[in-house]
Design a binder for this molecule. Structure first.
Ligand SMILES: NC(=O)c1ccc[n+]([C@@H]2O[C@H](COP(=O)([O-])OP(=O)(O)OC[C@H]3O[C@@H](n4cnc5c(N)ncnc54)[C@H](O)[C@@H]3O)[C@@H](O)[C@H]2O)c1
Length: 359
Protein backbone atom coordinates (compact mmCIF):
# COMPACT_ATOMS: atom_id res chain seq x y z
CA UNK A 1 0.00 0.00 0.00
CA UNK A 2 1.23 3.46 -0.92
CA UNK A 3 2.31 5.60 2.04
CA UNK A 4 3.23 9.20 2.83
CA UNK A 5 5.76 10.20 5.49
CA UNK A 6 6.41 13.70 6.88
CA UNK A 7 10.02 14.69 7.50
CA UNK A 8 10.80 17.54 9.92
CA UNK A 9 13.88 19.73 9.86
CA UNK A 10 14.72 21.72 12.99
CA UNK A 11 11.39 20.68 14.51
CA UNK A 12 9.30 22.07 11.65
CA UNK A 13 7.66 20.19 8.78
CA UNK A 14 10.10 20.16 5.85
CA UNK A 15 8.94 17.69 3.14
CA UNK A 16 6.85 14.65 2.32
CA UNK A 17 8.11 11.26 1.17
CA UNK A 18 5.65 9.51 -1.15
CA UNK A 19 6.07 5.73 -1.38
CA UNK A 20 4.29 4.46 -4.46
CA UNK A 21 4.21 1.57 -6.92
CA UNK A 22 3.96 3.76 -10.04
CA UNK A 23 4.12 7.44 -11.07
CA UNK A 24 0.35 7.97 -11.04
CA UNK A 25 0.36 10.03 -7.85
CA UNK A 26 3.29 12.25 -8.86
CA UNK A 27 1.07 15.06 -10.16
CA UNK A 28 -0.87 15.05 -6.90
CA UNK A 29 2.36 15.04 -4.86
CA UNK A 30 3.85 17.95 -6.81
CA UNK A 31 0.59 19.93 -6.59
CA UNK A 32 1.41 20.63 -2.92
CA UNK A 33 4.39 22.71 -4.02
CA UNK A 34 2.64 25.52 -5.94
CA UNK A 35 4.45 24.99 -9.23
CA UNK A 36 2.01 26.20 -11.91
CA UNK A 37 4.08 29.31 -12.82
CA UNK A 38 7.43 27.61 -12.24
CA UNK A 39 9.99 25.82 -14.38
CA UNK A 40 11.47 22.39 -13.74
CA UNK A 41 14.83 21.02 -14.87
CA UNK A 42 14.94 17.22 -14.69
CA UNK A 43 18.45 15.88 -14.10
CA UNK A 44 18.96 12.24 -14.98
CA UNK A 45 21.50 9.97 -16.67
CA UNK A 46 21.76 8.01 -19.91
CA UNK A 47 20.73 4.71 -18.24
CA UNK A 48 17.60 6.10 -16.60
CA UNK A 49 16.42 8.47 -19.34
CA UNK A 50 15.23 5.73 -21.76
CA UNK A 51 13.33 4.01 -18.94
CA UNK A 52 11.52 6.77 -17.05
CA UNK A 53 12.20 10.24 -18.46
CA UNK A 54 9.31 10.37 -20.90
CA UNK A 55 6.74 9.34 -18.27
CA UNK A 56 8.08 11.67 -15.61
CA UNK A 57 8.47 14.58 -18.02
CA UNK A 58 4.92 14.02 -19.31
CA UNK A 59 3.51 14.24 -15.79
CA UNK A 60 5.65 17.20 -14.71
CA UNK A 61 4.65 19.08 -17.88
CA UNK A 62 1.11 19.15 -16.49
CA UNK A 63 2.38 20.65 -13.19
CA UNK A 64 4.96 23.20 -14.35
CA UNK A 65 4.93 26.05 -16.88
CA UNK A 66 8.02 24.64 -18.60
CA UNK A 67 10.07 21.43 -18.24
CA UNK A 68 13.52 20.71 -19.63
CA UNK A 69 16.12 18.02 -18.94
CA UNK A 70 19.86 17.43 -18.58
CA UNK A 71 21.03 13.88 -19.27
CA UNK A 72 24.38 13.19 -17.61
CA UNK A 73 26.90 10.39 -18.04
CA UNK A 74 26.21 7.77 -15.33
CA UNK A 75 28.58 6.63 -12.62
CA UNK A 76 30.51 7.80 -9.58
CA UNK A 77 33.38 8.79 -11.89
CA UNK A 78 31.19 11.63 -13.16
CA UNK A 79 29.98 12.81 -9.76
CA UNK A 80 32.04 15.94 -10.05
CA UNK A 81 31.94 19.69 -10.55
CA UNK A 82 32.02 19.29 -14.36
CA UNK A 83 28.66 17.48 -14.29
CA UNK A 84 27.26 20.09 -11.92
CA UNK A 85 28.43 22.74 -14.38
CA UNK A 86 26.27 21.05 -17.06
CA UNK A 87 23.25 21.54 -14.78
CA UNK A 88 24.09 25.23 -14.12
CA UNK A 89 24.60 25.84 -17.86
CA UNK A 90 21.24 24.41 -18.83
CA UNK A 91 19.48 26.31 -16.03
CA UNK A 92 21.10 29.58 -17.14
CA UNK A 93 20.23 28.96 -20.80
CA UNK A 94 16.62 28.30 -19.77
CA UNK A 95 16.48 31.45 -17.58
CA UNK A 96 15.84 29.56 -14.37
CA UNK A 97 15.42 31.84 -11.37
CA UNK A 98 15.32 31.26 -7.64
CA UNK A 99 11.65 30.22 -7.67
CA UNK A 100 12.17 27.33 -10.09
CA UNK A 101 12.91 23.67 -9.35
CA UNK A 102 15.50 21.03 -10.14
CA UNK A 103 14.30 17.43 -10.21
CA UNK A 104 16.68 14.52 -9.57
CA UNK A 105 15.51 11.43 -11.46
CA UNK A 106 18.01 8.69 -10.67
CA UNK A 107 20.25 7.04 -8.12
CA UNK A 108 22.37 8.56 -5.40
CA UNK A 109 24.86 10.03 -7.86
CA UNK A 110 22.22 12.03 -9.75
CA UNK A 111 20.50 12.91 -6.45
CA UNK A 112 23.66 14.18 -4.73
CA UNK A 113 24.69 16.28 -7.75
CA UNK A 114 21.23 17.71 -8.40
CA UNK A 115 20.86 18.55 -4.73
CA UNK A 116 24.24 20.26 -4.72
CA UNK A 117 23.41 22.21 -7.88
CA UNK A 118 20.11 23.23 -6.25
CA UNK A 119 21.88 24.27 -3.03
CA UNK A 120 24.25 26.55 -4.93
CA UNK A 121 22.44 27.79 -8.07
CA UNK A 122 21.48 31.40 -7.32
CA UNK A 123 22.36 30.67 -3.66
CA UNK A 124 19.73 27.97 -3.44
CA UNK A 125 16.61 26.81 -5.27
CA UNK A 126 14.13 24.04 -4.53
CA UNK A 127 14.60 20.48 -5.69
CA UNK A 128 12.58 17.28 -5.89
CA UNK A 129 14.03 13.80 -5.43
CA UNK A 130 12.65 10.97 -7.57
CA UNK A 131 15.06 8.19 -6.51
CA UNK A 132 15.28 5.13 -8.76
CA UNK A 133 17.83 2.90 -6.98
CA UNK A 134 17.23 1.03 -3.75
CA UNK A 135 20.11 2.87 -2.12
CA UNK A 136 18.65 6.23 -3.13
CA UNK A 137 15.12 5.30 -2.00
CA UNK A 138 16.18 4.04 1.43
CA UNK A 139 19.05 6.38 2.10
CA UNK A 140 20.49 9.15 -0.07
CA UNK A 141 17.26 10.93 -1.07
CA UNK A 142 16.41 11.65 2.57
CA UNK A 143 18.19 14.01 4.93
CA UNK A 144 19.48 16.73 2.64
CA UNK A 145 23.14 15.71 2.29
CA UNK A 146 24.25 16.79 -1.18
CA UNK A 147 27.63 16.99 -2.85
CA UNK A 148 30.21 15.85 -5.34
CA UNK A 149 33.59 14.15 -5.32
CA UNK A 150 36.62 16.37 -5.85
CA UNK A 151 39.76 14.92 -7.45
CA UNK A 152 40.30 11.63 -5.56
CA UNK A 153 38.27 12.78 -2.55
CA UNK A 154 34.78 11.36 -2.17
CA UNK A 155 31.97 13.77 -1.24
CA UNK A 156 34.60 16.42 -0.47
CA UNK A 157 32.48 19.36 -1.65
CA UNK A 158 28.87 19.62 -0.57
CA UNK A 159 26.06 21.28 1.31
CA UNK A 160 23.06 20.40 3.43
CA UNK A 161 19.98 21.24 1.37
CA UNK A 162 16.59 19.66 2.04
CA UNK A 163 14.46 18.41 -0.87
CA UNK A 164 10.97 19.88 -1.31
CA UNK A 165 9.58 16.40 -1.96
CA UNK A 166 10.77 12.80 -2.27
CA UNK A 167 8.75 10.52 -4.56
CA UNK A 168 9.82 6.86 -4.59
CA UNK A 169 8.23 4.49 -7.08
CA UNK A 170 9.41 1.07 -5.90
CA UNK A 171 8.66 -0.55 -9.23
CA UNK A 172 11.59 1.38 -10.75
CA UNK A 173 13.73 -1.02 -8.70
CA UNK A 174 12.74 -3.85 -11.02
CA UNK A 175 14.97 -2.52 -13.81
CA UNK A 176 18.04 -2.28 -11.53
CA UNK A 177 20.79 -4.78 -12.22
CA UNK A 178 21.46 -7.42 -9.56
CA UNK A 179 24.64 -5.76 -8.28
CA UNK A 180 22.92 -2.40 -7.70
CA UNK A 181 19.93 -4.07 -6.08
CA UNK A 182 22.18 -6.06 -3.75
CA UNK A 183 24.14 -2.90 -2.96
CA UNK A 184 20.94 -1.19 -1.78
CA UNK A 185 20.08 -4.27 0.27
CA UNK A 186 23.39 -3.77 2.12
CA UNK A 187 22.02 -0.44 3.42
CA UNK A 188 18.59 -1.96 4.14
CA UNK A 189 20.11 -4.70 6.30
CA UNK A 190 22.30 -2.09 8.02
CA UNK A 191 19.18 -0.09 8.97
CA UNK A 192 17.58 -3.13 10.56
CA UNK A 193 20.77 -4.08 12.41
CA UNK A 194 21.25 -0.66 14.02
CA UNK A 195 17.66 0.16 14.91
CA UNK A 196 14.99 -2.47 14.61
CA UNK A 197 15.22 -6.19 15.36
CA UNK A 198 11.59 -6.70 14.25
CA UNK A 199 12.47 -5.22 10.86
CA UNK A 200 15.41 -7.63 10.62
CA UNK A 201 13.04 -10.52 11.38
CA UNK A 202 10.61 -9.24 8.72
CA UNK A 203 13.40 -9.19 6.13
CA UNK A 204 14.53 -12.68 7.13
CA UNK A 205 10.96 -13.97 6.80
CA UNK A 206 10.57 -12.49 3.29
CA UNK A 207 13.79 -13.63 1.66
CA UNK A 208 12.05 -15.07 -1.44
CA UNK A 209 9.93 -11.95 -1.97
CA UNK A 210 13.01 -9.75 -1.58
CA UNK A 211 14.87 -11.88 -4.09
CA UNK A 212 11.93 -11.63 -6.51
CA UNK A 213 11.50 -7.87 -5.85
CA UNK A 214 7.87 -8.33 -4.86
CA UNK A 215 6.14 -4.93 -4.96
CA UNK A 216 4.38 -5.14 -1.58
CA UNK A 217 7.50 -6.34 0.21
CA UNK A 218 9.59 -3.63 -1.47
CA UNK A 219 7.06 -1.00 -0.36
CA UNK A 220 7.20 -2.22 3.22
CA UNK A 221 11.01 -2.46 3.11
CA UNK A 222 11.52 1.06 1.77
CA UNK A 223 8.94 2.31 4.28
CA UNK A 224 10.65 0.67 7.29
CA UNK A 225 14.06 1.95 6.18
CA UNK A 226 12.63 5.43 5.58
CA UNK A 227 11.18 5.45 9.12
CA UNK A 228 14.65 4.74 10.49
CA UNK A 229 16.48 7.25 8.28
CA UNK A 230 13.81 9.90 8.93
CA UNK A 231 13.98 9.45 12.72
CA UNK A 232 17.77 9.68 12.71
CA UNK A 233 18.03 12.78 10.49
CA UNK A 234 15.26 14.56 12.37
CA UNK A 235 17.14 14.21 15.65
CA UNK A 236 20.57 14.98 14.17
CA UNK A 237 20.35 16.62 10.72
CA UNK A 238 24.03 17.68 10.60
CA UNK A 239 25.61 14.39 11.75
CA UNK A 240 26.87 15.49 15.15
CA UNK A 241 25.73 12.40 17.07
CA UNK A 242 22.80 10.03 16.37
CA UNK A 243 23.21 10.27 12.57
CA UNK A 244 26.64 8.67 12.92
CA UNK A 245 24.85 5.39 13.73
CA UNK A 246 24.03 5.21 10.01
CA UNK A 247 27.76 4.70 9.50
CA UNK A 248 27.51 1.17 10.93
CA UNK A 249 29.67 -1.05 8.73
CA UNK A 250 31.24 1.98 7.05
CA UNK A 251 34.59 2.25 8.85
CA UNK A 252 35.94 -1.06 7.58
CA UNK A 253 33.49 -0.93 4.63
CA UNK A 254 35.04 2.27 3.23
CA UNK A 255 38.54 0.88 3.79
CA UNK A 256 37.63 -2.32 1.91
CA UNK A 257 36.04 -0.20 -0.86
CA UNK A 258 39.25 1.78 -1.25
CA UNK A 259 41.61 -1.21 -1.08
CA UNK A 260 39.55 -3.21 -3.57
CA UNK A 261 39.88 -0.26 -5.93
CA UNK A 262 36.10 0.06 -6.02
CA UNK A 263 35.65 -3.41 -7.56
CA UNK A 264 33.00 -4.10 -4.89
CA UNK A 265 29.79 -2.04 -4.81
CA UNK A 266 29.38 0.38 -1.89
CA UNK A 267 26.57 -1.62 -0.27
CA UNK A 268 28.60 -4.81 -0.65
CA UNK A 269 31.45 -3.19 1.30
CA UNK A 270 29.00 -1.94 3.93
CA UNK A 271 27.62 -5.49 4.31
CA UNK A 272 31.13 -6.89 4.89
CA UNK A 273 31.83 -3.98 7.25
CA UNK A 274 28.62 -4.79 9.18
CA UNK A 275 29.71 -8.42 9.64
CA UNK A 276 33.13 -7.26 10.85
CA UNK A 277 31.58 -4.70 13.23
CA UNK A 278 29.21 -7.36 14.61
CA UNK A 279 32.22 -9.56 15.28
CA UNK A 280 34.03 -6.71 17.09
CA UNK A 281 30.86 -5.94 19.09
CA UNK A 282 30.95 -9.49 20.44
CA UNK A 283 27.30 -9.25 21.46
CA UNK A 284 25.54 -11.22 18.71
CA UNK A 285 25.56 -14.98 19.08
CA UNK A 286 26.26 -17.56 16.39
CA UNK A 287 22.56 -18.01 15.54
CA UNK A 288 22.01 -14.28 14.94
CA UNK A 289 25.23 -13.89 13.00
CA UNK A 290 24.25 -16.85 10.83
CA UNK A 291 20.82 -15.27 10.21
CA UNK A 292 22.49 -12.05 9.04
CA UNK A 293 24.81 -13.97 6.73
CA UNK A 294 21.91 -15.99 5.33
CA UNK A 295 19.91 -12.84 4.55
CA UNK A 296 22.93 -11.18 2.91
CA UNK A 297 23.69 -14.28 0.82
CA UNK A 298 20.06 -14.55 -0.27
CA UNK A 299 19.92 -11.01 -1.63
CA UNK A 300 23.17 -11.38 -3.54
CA UNK A 301 25.72 -9.98 -1.09
CA UNK A 302 29.05 -11.77 -0.59
CA UNK A 303 29.68 -12.59 3.03
CA UNK A 304 33.32 -13.57 2.56
CA UNK A 305 35.97 -10.98 1.79
CA UNK A 306 38.10 -11.86 -1.20
CA UNK A 307 41.86 -12.11 -0.69
CA UNK A 308 43.39 -8.68 -0.10
CA UNK A 309 46.14 -7.05 1.93
CA UNK A 310 44.48 -6.76 5.36
CA UNK A 311 47.22 -4.52 6.78
CA UNK A 312 46.42 -2.06 4.02
CA UNK A 313 42.72 -2.18 4.92
CA UNK A 314 43.46 -1.42 8.60
CA UNK A 315 45.74 1.43 7.54
CA UNK A 316 43.02 2.84 5.29
CA UNK A 317 40.64 3.18 8.27
CA UNK A 318 42.94 5.90 9.60
CA UNK A 319 42.28 8.00 6.52
CA UNK A 320 38.54 7.85 7.15
CA UNK A 321 36.77 11.17 7.75
CA UNK A 322 35.15 9.61 10.81
CA UNK A 323 38.14 9.89 13.15
CA UNK A 324 37.67 11.02 16.75
CA UNK A 325 40.78 12.76 18.19
CA UNK A 326 43.12 10.42 16.34
CA UNK A 327 41.11 7.31 17.19
CA UNK A 328 39.07 5.47 14.55
CA UNK A 329 35.35 5.80 15.30
CA UNK A 330 33.26 2.65 15.08
CA UNK A 331 29.58 1.95 15.34
CA UNK A 332 28.99 -1.22 17.33
CA UNK A 333 25.95 -3.17 18.52
CA UNK A 334 24.77 -3.62 22.12
CA UNK A 335 22.47 -6.18 20.52
CA UNK A 336 20.79 -6.72 17.17
CA UNK A 337 18.75 -3.52 16.54
CA UNK A 338 20.61 -1.39 19.14
CA UNK A 339 23.76 0.45 17.98
CA UNK A 340 26.19 2.82 19.74
CA UNK A 341 29.25 4.92 18.90
CA UNK A 342 32.64 3.66 20.10
CA UNK A 343 36.16 5.05 19.83
CA UNK A 344 38.14 2.28 21.51
CA UNK A 345 38.51 -0.35 18.79
CA UNK A 346 42.18 -1.30 18.39
CA UNK A 347 44.01 -2.14 15.17
CA UNK A 348 44.40 -5.73 16.45
CA UNK A 349 40.62 -6.05 16.85
CA UNK A 350 40.10 -4.73 13.33
CA UNK A 351 42.62 -7.22 11.97
CA UNK A 352 40.95 -10.09 13.82
CA UNK A 353 37.53 -9.06 12.43
CA UNK A 354 38.92 -8.83 8.90
CA UNK A 355 40.40 -12.33 9.24
CA UNK A 356 37.00 -13.52 10.49
CA UNK A 357 35.16 -12.19 7.40
CA UNK A 358 37.91 -13.56 5.10
CA UNK A 359 36.97 -17.19 5.81
N1 LIG B 1 23.33 12.00 0.20
C1 LIG B 1 23.38 10.95 0.99
O1 LIG B 1 22.93 10.98 2.15
C2 LIG B 1 24.00 9.68 0.48
C3 LIG B 1 23.87 8.50 1.22
C4 LIG B 1 24.41 7.33 0.69
C5 LIG B 1 25.05 7.35 -0.54
N2 LIG B 1 25.15 8.52 -1.22
C6 LIG B 1 25.80 8.56 -2.55
O2 LIG B 1 25.00 7.79 -3.44
C7 LIG B 1 25.85 7.39 -4.53
C8 LIG B 1 25.52 5.98 -4.91
O3 LIG B 1 24.17 5.93 -5.34
P1 LIG B 1 23.58 4.64 -6.09
O4 LIG B 1 24.01 3.43 -5.39
O5 LIG B 1 22.15 4.91 -6.26
O6 LIG B 1 24.38 4.61 -7.46
P2 LIG B 1 24.16 5.37 -8.86
O7 LIG B 1 23.42 6.62 -8.70
O8 LIG B 1 25.50 5.42 -9.50
O9 LIG B 1 23.24 4.35 -9.66
C9 LIG B 1 23.75 3.08 -9.96
C10 LIG B 1 23.57 2.73 -11.42
O10 LIG B 1 22.22 2.34 -11.64
C11 LIG B 1 21.67 3.05 -12.75
N3 LIG B 1 20.25 3.18 -12.44
C12 LIG B 1 19.67 4.02 -11.55
N4 LIG B 1 18.38 3.73 -11.43
C13 LIG B 1 18.11 2.70 -12.27
C14 LIG B 1 16.96 1.93 -12.56
N5 LIG B 1 15.81 2.15 -11.92
N6 LIG B 1 17.05 0.96 -13.47
C15 LIG B 1 18.23 0.68 -14.09
N7 LIG B 1 19.38 1.36 -13.84
C16 LIG B 1 19.31 2.35 -12.93
C17 LIG B 1 22.45 4.33 -12.81
O11 LIG B 1 22.44 4.88 -14.08
C18 LIG B 1 23.84 3.86 -12.40
O12 LIG B 1 24.51 3.33 -13.51
C19 LIG B 1 27.27 7.60 -4.07
O13 LIG B 1 27.84 8.66 -4.77
C20 LIG B 1 27.14 7.94 -2.59
O14 LIG B 1 28.15 8.82 -2.16
C21 LIG B 1 24.63 9.68 -0.74
Amino acid sequence: MAKILDVNYENTFSYHIFLEEDFENLKNAVSELDTSCRRALIVTDTNIAPLYLETVKGILSTCFLFVDEVILTPGEKYKNTDSVAEIYEKAILDDFDRNDFFVALGGGVVGDMTGFAAATYMRGIKFIQIPTTLLAQVDSSIGGKTGVDFRAYKNMVGAFHMPALVYSNVNTLKSLDDIQYASGMGEVIKHALIKNKDYFDYLSEHIDELRNRDTEVLLRTVYESNLIKKAVVEVDPKEKGERQLLNFGHTLGHAIEKCSEFSYSHGQCVALGCLAAMYISGTCGAVETEAVRRLMDAVGLNTVLKAMDLDEVVLATRKDKKMDKGQVRFILLHSLGDAYIDSTVSQDQMMEALRYISK
